[in-house]
Design a protein around this ligand. Structure first.
Ligand code: GDP
Ligand code: MG
Length: 293
């Protein structure tokens, strides 16, 4: 009998959710960044090993809804919790044992699905701190998404909670979201890597054309920023910055699609897109389901 189900990974920004997702799926699907809040969309990856299929959801950080985008992220994360068969509650082990998920996420009721607490980044702990953590959080699984330590144990804990079920997707499927989406995420990830200060949070990416029938594959992507000054920073002196960004993003996309790519990259100003619900909709973000507070 096979097992299959939805595994939702939830935790504070920077806990290592995207890194864990990549580790579980074994393909670079979810973007990772040193800067918090870089995952704005729920990303579905699928892994099938032996008799077990996990459909893994990454969630945006469960944050205080401070502006439209963050409310949208929060609503998406709550939806992912509702859909879960198993919840992996991920926390940075360097912060000690985390508060209960219900409290941390301000949920009005306990989630339906069983919760596995996973303490990540144990590679960064001293032996002494590791021992203390085992005492303080004996039920948690101690892992390093970065080195792979404890991942097998986590997979076993997840599997034990998955319902018996036929596989929900074909075995060779790595993700249900289109290459188009991942390409836009890779462009945005590259922008996050190459830019400093407050510009990254004003960056969104849209794919306007994706022609797989051509060689090289033709992709026209637009990076949206909020202000002219940000556009200037992105484009750089005589276009040097955007050329370098485009080159680096193209290399990543080629790795994803496994074909040569021509990336036609543009920068456009979309004033205050973060606060503008219509822009959010146009860029494909999930819209908040919870009422305004
Ligand atoms: P997310 O915001 O929860 O999706 O976190 P990310 O996966 O983007 O990771 C945030 C940062 O923590 C990145 O710089 C990762 O490289 C780092 N990180 C993730 N997992 C580990 C780990 O197991 N050990 C260490 N030392 N760093 C990690
Ligand atoms: Mg992330």
């Amino acid at each position: 009998m096979t097992r299959a189900g939805i595994v939702t990974v939830v935790g504070k920004p920077n806990a290592g959710k995207s890194t864990l997702l990549n580790r579980l799926i074994g393909e670079k699907l979810s973007i990772t960044s040193e800067k918090p809040q870089s995952t704005r969309d729920r990303i579905v990856g699928i892994t099938t090993k032996d008799d077990v299929q996990m459909i893994v959801l990454d969630t945006p950080g469960l944050l205080e809804p401070r502006y439209e985008l963050q409310r949208s992220m929060r609503a998406t994360a709550r939806k992912a919790l509702d859909d879960a068969d198993v919840i992996v509650y991920l926390a940075d082990a360097r912060d000690g044992a985390p508060p209960p998920l219900r409290k941390a996420a301000e949920l009005d009721r306990e989630p339906r699905a069983p919760i596995i607490v996973a303490l990540n980044k144990v590679d960064a702990l001293t032996d002494h701190a590791r021992e203390a953590l085992r005492r303080d959080a004996p039920d948690a699984v101690h892992i390093s998404a970065l080195t792979g330590e404890g991942i097998h144990e986590l997979q076993q804990a997840i599997t034990a909670h998955l319902p018996e079920s036929p596989f929900l997707y074909p075995e060779d499927e790595i993700g249900t979201q289109s290459l188009r989406f991942f390409a836009s995420e890779l462009v945005r990830e590259t922008a996050l890597e190459q830019l400093q200060d407050e510009v990254p949070y004003s960056v969104a990416c849209g794919i306007e054309e994706f022609r797989e029938d051509r060689s090289p594959v033709y992709i026209r992507a637009v990076i949206y920023v909020e202000r002219e000054s940000q556009k200037g920073i992105l484009v750089g002196h005589q276009g040097a910055r955007i050329r370098e960004l485009g080159r680096a993003a193209r290399v990543k996309i080629e790795r994803l699609v496994r074909k040569p790519v021509y990336l036609d990259l543009w920068v456009k100003v979309l004033p205050n897109w973060r606060r503008n619900i219509h822009s959010l909709r146009r860029l494909g973000y999930a819209l908040p389901e919870e009422p305004r507070r």
